[in-house]
Ligand binder design. Structure first.
Ligand SMILES: [Zn+2]
Length: 415
């Protein structure tokens, strides 16, 4: 018997599992070129665990319990997830927030939350007998797919803007992916990937379009909730580009509530850069759909999208959670990198540090109270974009190897 079916988030039509099916046929008729994905499908598991499993969250038994996997043996042999929920005492003191936590997803194998989605998509590709998985990506999803595909012995084809940070490009190539830098934006790479998968018969991992990307990312919510038992988080702040990480967290908390494992769901707050804020603007205006932001730009490359591909699902989830959205400047994002690193020991890429910048804005706007249980999703590590992080620090001049020169240099730190 099938363990799950797929349900359209727009019209609720149900579909059986089918390797060829990515979106709802009815709603796909409304698809506009370059627009948000119409007819995004979500996984509905027939049964969910009614008690917390006695395994580590990265164990195949744990993943099988919560994810739509048919064959446990299809899971790549690469431990993903099971990242710490940190209590960050110094940042708590600085912000006067005694119940602040960081979900440190920089510790995934390729250094970002995207590994959670890649794990499930690659497992499904193995189940379906596909030997090539492709994705469009701003960078992290591509390096993540490349890593997980390497562990599983599949070919990864990744289409990324040629402007992607060099560390991410180097990562993908080192993992052995077929890397196609596209002269254009992420949005253009996304459309090209759809056409290429149609032409060459590749399995498409592109975020939002593949229903298993949202489903895979829900494991972060499950881990947060499991770590906090008997408490539950009040608010989770989520750096947001296409809206899939937020939708994945929302799906995880919904599944847990349905299973009776948590009494209520947290409010979800989308954090976007000012230069790429289509979802937050739709939240503010009350619109059902996001309007594209042509020429979207931000220092947080992972969050830079003209049209968020999962805008419909993301807007629905934020509103259903009674959450909200905040915009943050590039300057605030850059300043948050050393602030986060210097108080917690966690070095995040701009997109990850955006969660901390977003917290300041959310407090100011009254979306978060200081005594609430607040979780910041730190979605990617700082080594992925050192050039951006370097803009927020000053590398000191070299000194002669003498004590006198050292003392003079130390003086500058006292200023
Ligand atoms: Zn539909």
């Amino acid at each position: 018997m099938a363990r799950f079916h797929l349900r359209c988030i727009e019209c609720s039509h149900k579909y059986h599992e089918d390797p060829q099916r990515l979106v709802c046929t009815r709603c796909a008729a409304k698809q506009e070129p370059g627009g948000t994905i119409r007819g995004v499908l979500e996984v509905v598991l027939k049964t969910l665990p009614t008690s917390w499993p006695h395994f580590r969250p990265s164990d195949p038994e744990y993943l099988y319990a919560f994810l739509p996997i048919t064959d446990e043996g299809a899971l790549p042999s690469l431990p993903i997830g099971d990242t710490p929920l940190l209590e960050v005492p110094r940042l708590r003191l600085e912000l006067e927030m005694p119940n602040l936590y960081l979900k440190d997803d920089t510790r995934n194998p390729s250094g970002s939350t995207k590994d959670r989605a890649s794990l499930l998509v690659v497992a499904k590709a193995v189940e379906y007998g596909c030997d090539t998985v492709a994705t469009a990506s701003t960078g992290n999803a591509a390096s993540s797919l490349a890593a997980v595909a390497a562990a599983a012995g599949l070919r990864a084809v990744v289409l990324v803007p040629a402007s992607a940070p060099i560390a991410k490009l180097t990562q993908m190539l080192s993992y052995g992916a077929t890397v196609i830098p596209v002269e254009g934006t992420y949005d253009q790479a996304f459309e090209l990937c759809i056409a290429a998968c149609d032409r060459f018969g590749w399995y498409n991992r592109s975020t939002a379009l593949n229903p298993f990307t949202i489903e895979g990312k829900k494991t972060a919510a499950i881990e947060i909730a499991a770590t906090m038992v008997p408490n539950t988080p009040d608010v989770v702040l989520v750096p947001t580009g296409d809206g899939v990480i937020l939708a994945g967290l929302a799906k995880g908390f919904r599944d847990l509530e349905e299973a009776g494992l948590i009494p209520s769901r947290p409010r979800l707050i989308a954090v976007q850069p000012e230069g790429s804020a289509a979802i937050v603007r739709a939240l503010r205006s009350g619109a059902d759909e996001a309007q594209a932001m042509p020429e979207a730009t931000s220092v947080a490359d992972s969050l830079t999208v003209e049209m968020p591909r999962n805008a419909i699902g993301c807007l629905t989830e934020v509103r259903a959670s009674n959450g909200g959205g905040v915009e943050v400047s590039d300057e605030a994002i850059l300043n948050a990198i050393p602030r986060l690193a210097g108080t917690t020991g966690i070095f995040a890429e701009p997109a990850g540090a955006a969660a901390l910048a977003g917290l300041d804005a959310a407090i100011e706007e009254g979306l978060v109270e200081r005594d609430e249980r607040v979780v910041l999703m730190i979605t990617g590590g700082g080594l992925k974009d050192v050039a951006a992080a370097a803009r927020a620090v000053q590398i000191p001049e070299p000194v002669e190897p003498t004590l006198e020169a050292l003392e003079r240099s130390l003086e500058s730190y006292r200023e």
